[in-house]
Design a protein around this ligand. Structure first.
Ligand SMILES: [Zn+2]
Length: 587
């Protein structure tokens, strides 16, 4: 009888400690990858401590020992306070919960010191043993699922497929195709041999969201409206690339690896299958929830069990392949791979290979960024290996890819010291971030070899022409197959408009050998591209400056400008954006 009372006291003491800690850390749980996990944080702290105390009581009770639970409660509380003080409350904590946790905790403790304890508590305590299994099951249910909507309403007779692979954060000059060394990209090289490598391909923006939205819409950022990561593109009233293909009977699927291209910003439009699931398995998520909700669990659970914010390329490619091979009829698939984005931490074999060739160039402008640049080569080599795997899988649906177009393009590059910018991209319009690789393989197509430059806005019209579909109105890009007259001479627009840059936001116009950059604060910079971007030629070339300024202004006057809405980000999503380098702390 005494033993049963002992177990009840143990469970209550555990719950009291759990309630206290749950109250302290209860917060917006985007930290855990999915807001639907919110309820699991308080629950897991309760279950974890309840279970721990019950197990101790059951073991000691079987030896006839009785523990001073009153003192254990207060000692535990002091220990928790110490640990919480040391690790600090998680960002975004709602401090009112500290009081709620404290009050609940005290109430449970009062209950535990009553001489007569409700009998039902023993059963609840024993059921507590099921908690880990229930939570694991709950996580399975709560984990994000791919968004699936209706397939195409009409059947297409087309046999063609298009696969758009976007490599996040890869500059052109890193790749052997564009003169780089220190890594091998045999699969991209093979693709280029069977298709076309665009030597002067310019990103429309230096950040992820705007560039990708331009690829899918054929519109420059001021017109599609997603000018800054974290904004949602407004509806334009006409169809984007995936919508157009889907309406024509194509299956459309997207597989994305990071937050800036999630559905909430408008990237799922036109995709019948949109997969933005986090990387982590239910087990990893459970470990993450436990680490998050309990200081004690944190002491024992290894860091390696934690889930990651972005999805690894191996996972994204295997999800994409699985979907793609199931589609009957023409398919358009977008695969977004984030591995080459910072932090630069390639898997072991790629790291070793990259470090072994560290003496090869090009080298970082800033010596302190050299190691990162070398490690990124390892990540890019892995991206190329994944491209090889993907190409092999595509051949299973269409041998020799006779009807399958493949496009590999980066959304922007990275600064390794250019202009004093280190390991980021959002504040730059230097060629380090704007000159990106683009390799297209369209079977049975004659490329127009005379064009000089191309940009993200050209992807949608090129794909539509391959698919034998009409261009949409307002499209600001040009098909790479169209006649020389319709393409040249031609200037390209780009911008760096991340909101936090304020007056330092900038717009630029590139035409021929010249690049004109203007900040909102009025500062003007003119580069002669063939001579590099080390010197501002605005004062020495006043006529050119005037001409380029006029071209930029007449372009901006000729387009419709739309403004994206700020999306409500959970504090964890903000933390995720921050960790990707997009928002300043607290800003
Ligand atoms: Zn990016």
């Amino acid at each position: 009888m005494e033993r049963i009372v002992e177990e009840r006291r143990a469970v209550l003491t555990g719950w009291a400690l759990g309630a206290f800690e749950a109250g302290c850390v209860l917060t917006d749980t985007g930290h855990l990858g999915s807001p639907s996990l919110f309820f699991l944080v308080p629950l897991s702290a309760l279950c974890f401590y309840g279970l721990l105390a019950w197990v101790i009581a059951a073991i000691l009770g079987s030896q006839g020992k009785v523990l001073p639970w009153k003192w254990i409660y207060f000692l535990g509380l002091a220990g928790l306070l110490f640990l919480l003080r040391r690790r600090g409350l998680p960002e975004g904590s709602h401090y009112s919960f500290v009081a709620i946790g404290g009050a609940t905790s005290l109430a449970l403790w009062f209950l535990s010191i009553r001489p007569e304890l409700p009998k039902a508590l023993v059963w609840i305590g024993k059921l507590n043993a099921l908690a880990p299994f229930l939570m694991w099951f709950g996580l399975h249910v709560a984990l994000e699922k791919p968004r699936v909507s209706e397939g195409p309403t009409q059947e297409s007779q087309s046999k063609k497929n298009v696969v758009l692979v976007t490599w996040d954060t890869v500059r052109a000059d890193t790749l052997p195709l564009y003169g780089g060394s220190g890594l091998n990209t045999p699969n991209l090289d093979r693709l280029a041999r069977g298709g076309k490598m665009i030597s002067d391909f310019q990103a429309v923006a230096s950040i992820t969201g705007p560039s990708h939205m331009s690829m899918l819409t054929g519109l420059y950022p001021p017109t599609h409206g997603l000018r800054s990561n974290g904004l949602t593109a407004p509806e334009t009233g006409f169809q984007n690339l995936p919508q157009r293909l889907h309406n024509a009977g194509w299956h459309t699927g997207a597989f994305v690896s990071a937050l800036p291209v999630h559905a909430k910003f408008g990237f799922d439009r036109g995709f019948e299958y949109f997969d933005q699931r986090p990387e982590s398995s239910a087990g990893q998520q459970l470990a993450q929830v436990l680490r998050f909700s309990s200081s004690v669990a944190r002491l024992f659970l290894p860091e390696s069990l934690r889930g990651t914010l972005s999805v690894r390329g191996t996972t994204t490619v295997s999800r994409a392949t699985e979907w793609y091979l199931k589609q009957v009829g023409p398919a358009f698939m977008w695969v977004h791979l984030f591995d080459a984005h910072g932090p630069y931490d390639p898997p072991k074999e790629f790291r070793e290979r990259a470090l072994a060739r560290r003496d090869e160039g090009p080298h970082a402008i800033a010596p302190q960024d050299e190691e990162s640049l070398v490690l990124q080569r390892g990540e890019i080599e892995q991206l190329d290996e994944l491209l090889g795997e993907l190409l092999d899988s595509l051949s299973e649906k269409d041998p020799e890819l006779r009807n399958t177009a493949v496009l590999v393009v980066a959304d922007h590059g990275e600064c390794f010291g250019e202009g004093g910018i280190h390991l980021e991209h959002e504040t730059s319009l230097f060629s380090a971030t704007q000159h990106v690789p683009a390799v297209f393989r369209f079977p049975g197509i004659q490329y127009n070899s005379t064009f000089s430059s191309a940009s993200h806005v050209d992807i949608a019209p090129t794909v539509l022409e391959f698919a034998d579909l009409d261009l949409f109105d307002d499209c600001q890009g040009k098909s790479l197959f169209s006649s020389p007259e319709s393409r040249s001479p031609r200037g390209l627009y780009m911008e760096a408009y991340q909101e936090r840059l304020g007056e330092k936001r900038m717009e630029a116009w590139i035409e021929g050998d010249w690049k004109f950059v203007r900040r909102l604060n009025g500062e003007e910079i003119l580069y002669q591209r063939s001579l590099g971007e080390g010197r501002n030629r605005a004062s020495s070339q006043p006529e050119k400056l005037k001409e380029m300024r006029r071209k930029l202004e007449s372009f901006l006057q000729s387009i419709t400008i739309r403004t994206g809405e700020a999306s409500a980000l959970s504090s964890s999503e903000e933390a995720a954006m921050q960790s990707l380098g997009y928002f300043e702390e607290g800003g």
